[in-house]
Design a protein around this ligand. Structure first.
Ligand SMILES: *Cc1c(COP(=O)(O)O)cnc(C)c1O
Length: 381
């Protein structure tokens, strides 16, 4: 089976991990700092808090934003469940904004409508989690314009979009948001095994992120409430977690980050190969808007005339590891039990019903891609 996604490690990556195992601290050594500094330099953000997963990163981003009991958080219905769960972890209530049918990203027009409604019934969100679906940047400038006067905190869920840019601004620079979250799960653009990060330009948010990732414990003398104690002294100042990443993971992440450009270029080239051939078939191709450099975490087509289930099963039976991204979050039984109705998100509903993810990863060969295309053509034509 050709998988829909796959990480790529080389001998250099493995050696970096072995070096940590043989010579260095396993955790809280210098690899974590180096990986964080490299992420700042790649994205252009001022600060980076590394953690043990993208999900932890979303959680502490919401906490740092001050999301708590009674607050509303909005996100996109077409995402992995973690984009919404982070709000519930904080005791907040979640709601969804429908998508653009082309990119699958949160739609600024839908957002404007929902904000107008929220103003009228006093339900404005404290924060919005914006997903760059598949690695195509969402319309952040437009979203910031709409939310600015309501003081909504914007968190970019860029789990798909490390290496992407919009108008030559890298995702992660946070010019239209307060924080940007990355994931380094093996299926993402680079991997650290498990891992995640929150980027921000705010020193205050960075300080809060660091606290929430480290039990809420402060050691910095300048930040202690009681500075009269000796050198042994530290304080827990709020309720945090142990969300730390290890040096083993950070070493792998740093080594992979050095290859980011190559990974993204390979994905772009392979996506273009699909685009060229598939433009002749009755399907909707994944778009790339003007000024966008796409990270192509996943390659998702929209079926127009064929039943998704049939196409999916047939391709799987031929050894093509197609997938579906995503089962809309409000459709999961847990979210159904909270009262969500898919009919409230008609664009997401129809996007989901027709979406099919084709295999795409940096090392997929031309022959493998041709095999995917031959099988798809046979079913669709
Ligand atoms: C993968 C992913 C996450 C979660 O990342 P983990 O590192 O697996 O916890 C969150 N949001 C989106 C959109 C993702 O694709």
């Amino acid at each position: 089976m050709i998988p829909y996604g796959k990480h790529h490690l080389d001998a250099g990556d493995i050696q970096e991990v072995v070096d940590v195992l043989e010579n260095k601290f396993l955790t809280q050594g210098d690899m974590v700092e180096k990986f964080a500094a490299a992420l700042c330099s790649v994205t252009g953000a001022e600060h980076c808090q590394l953690v043990n997963s993208g999900t932890s990163a979303l959680h502490i981003a919401c906490l740092a934003a001050g999301v708590s009991d009674g607050d509303w958080v909005w996100t996109s219905p077409i995402s992995f469940v973690a984009s919404a769960n982070c709000a519930l972890y904080c005791g907040a209530k979640i709601d969804f904004v429908d998508i653009e049918p082309e990119t699958g990203n949160m739609c600024p027009v839908e957002l404007e409508k929902k904000l107008d409604w929220a103003v009228r019934c006093n339900k404005l969100p404290k924060a919005i989690v914006i997903v760059h679906y598949a690695g195509h940047p969402a319309k952040m400038a437009a979203i910031r314009d709409l939310t600015e006067r309501h003081n909504v905190i914007l968190i970019e869920d860029a789990a798909h979009a490390l290496g992407a840019s919009d108008q030559a601004v890298p995702i992660g620079k946070c010019i239209y948001s307060d924080m940007t979250v990355f994931s380094f799960h093996p299926v993402k653009v680079i991997t650290s095994g498990e891992g995640g990060a929150v980027m921000t330009n705010s020193p205050e948010l960075h300080q809060r992120l660091r606290l929430f990732a480290n039990h809420g414990i402060v050691r910095d003398k300048n930040l202690l409430k009681d500075a009269t104690q000796g050198d042994w002294y530290y304080e827990q100042q709020l309720l945090g977690f142990n969300y730390r990443i290890s040096d083993i993971h950070a070493a792998l992440g740093l080594s992979q980050l050095k290859k980011l450009d190559g990974f993204v270029k390979a994905r772009q080239q392979k996506a273009n190969f699909y685009n060229d051939i598939l433009s002749q078939l009755p399907i909707q191709l994944p778009p790339t808007n003007d000024g966008v450099s796409h990270a192509w975490h996943i390659y998702v087509v929209g079926l127009k005339r064929h039943e998704r289930k049939k196409v999916f099963q047939e391709l799987r039976s031929k050894g093509v590891g197609v997938n579906v991204h995503y089962i809309p979050i409000p459709l999961h039984p847990y979210y159904q039990s909270l009262g969500f109705q898919m009919n409230d998100f008609p664009l997401a509903k129809s996007f989901y019903e027709n979406a099919l993810t084709l295999p795409l990863f940096p090392t997929i060969t031309k022959e493998e891609q041709q095999f995917v295309l031959d099988n798809l053509c046979e079913i669709l034509v």
